[in-house]
Design a protein around this ligand. Structure first.
Ligand code: UFG
Length: 341
């Protein structure tokens, strides 16, 4: 009975051709969902749709549109009789958000309001939202649980995630909706086929794309930002999670919506294990059998010293836990980079 219900669901994925979105489309199709993708291609390209098709061999509808265009979004939802939405479409560059805060508030907040508007119009009850561990701010508590207080964010990007969760809490109060907010830790890696992965625009800000571009000779040298932190090797600690594990968490979350009672639920999505930046660099070298050109530099402004997730809620309530380790993360990231360069 339940399996049939899941098979018949049509899930709209906003930002479905992006890094996490594309991996989630693959996993949704593998789980038997019908998928409809909308994406404005601001941070990806249409070829990703073909690559997803090559992996899954299952067609899906794709509409090039901006989620902030509520009328266009409504038309797509009406056309496909959508049962649930996974909302990824948003800007995500922390540094850029500091320089262009209005751009981030306009896009990320309006996009979510547009999605909520459509949920109301078409009586869509299920929503999964992309949030971030950035909502915990400069925390000293790790492993961190979902009930830690939300504090002031370090960047406008982070503030859009905090406001987003607040919008959802208010919306859930007055509607019969089931909403899940997933707070991602540090997504890395790529699909094992190397057909989809992260497409960083310009110079990457994030660690793993910077590592792979350095190994590929696109960047001269990786600089590790700070080695005087109060951690075992002096470098920052993060909870790196394989993007395929993260994608599977979205499938669990949308399935959970179908059976949960009305309201908003928040989950940490990480591995539950912290790794230092230096450990990641060493793992990359070890598992890909190469040497990376790197040195140590000053601390980067705004970096949290160490943070990793307590994932027990995701495990007990969603029935999800990560399966892939640093080896798969580093190998898949490198395989993806090699076919890009
Ligand atoms: N780092 C380097 N050198 C680099 C790039 C990064 O040493 O060239 C270090 C950073 O200092 C940090 C770690 O690698 O210690 C991870 O940095 P990332 O930029 O990859 O990731 P962040 O942890 O800073 O940011 C991530 C997400 C954000 C989210 C944030 C929440 O990318 O979307 O976590 O803490 F907001």
């Amino acid at each position: 009975m339940r399996a049939t219900a899941i098979l018949m669901s049509t899930i709209l994925v906003t930002g479905g051709l992006g890094y996490i979105g594309s991996h989630t489309v693959v996993e949704l199709q593998a789980a038997g969902h019908h998928v409809v993708v909308v994406d404005n291609l601001s941070n990806t390209n249409a070829e990703v749709a073909d690559r997803i098709n090559t992996i899954t061999n299952t067609p899906f509808a794709f509409h090039k549109l901006d989620v902030c265009d509520t009328e266009a979004l409504a038309q797509v939802i009406q056309q496909h009789e959508v049962d649930g939405i996974i909302h990824f479409a948003a800007y995500k560059a922390v540094g850029e958000s500091v320089e262009q805060p209005i751009k981030y508030y306009q896009n990320n907040i309006n996009g979510l309001i547009s999605v909520q508007d459509c949920m109301k119009r078409f009586d869509i009850k299920n929503l999964v939202f992309s949030s971030s561990c950035t909502v915990y701010g400069d925390t000293k508590e790790s492993p961190i649980t979902e009930d830690q207080p939300i504090v002031q964010a370090i960047s406008p990007y982070g503030t859009t995630k905090i406001i987003g969760e607040q919008l959802l809490a208010d919306f859930a109060q007055v509607t019969d909706t089931r909403i899940v907010s997933l707070r991602y830790f540090n997504p890395v890696g790529a699909h094992k086929t190397a057909l989809i992965g992260e497409l960083p625009l310009g110079v990457p800000n994030n660690l793993v794309p910077y590592i792979t571009q350095t190994a590929a000779g696109i960047r001269k040298k990786l600089t590790i930002f700070g080695r005087d932190y109060n951690t075992p090797d002096g470098t920052n600690i993060r909870d790196f999670i394989h993007v395929v594990d993260l994608a599977k968490a979205h499938v669990k979350a949308i399935d959970f919506c179908e059976t949960n009672t009305f309201g908003l639920e928040v989950f940490n999505i990480g591995t539950g294990v912290g790794h230092s930046v230096l450990e990641v660099v060493n793992a990359f070298e070890l598992h890909n059998k190469l040497q990376l050109n790197y040195d140590f530099g000053d601390r980067r402004a705004g970096d949290v010293e160490q943070i990793w997730a307590d994932t027990s809620k995701a495990k007990s309530v969603l029935g999800w836990e990560s399966e892939l380790g640093l080896e798969e993360m580093m190998q898949s990231a490198w395989n993806w980079q090699k076919q890009l360069s």
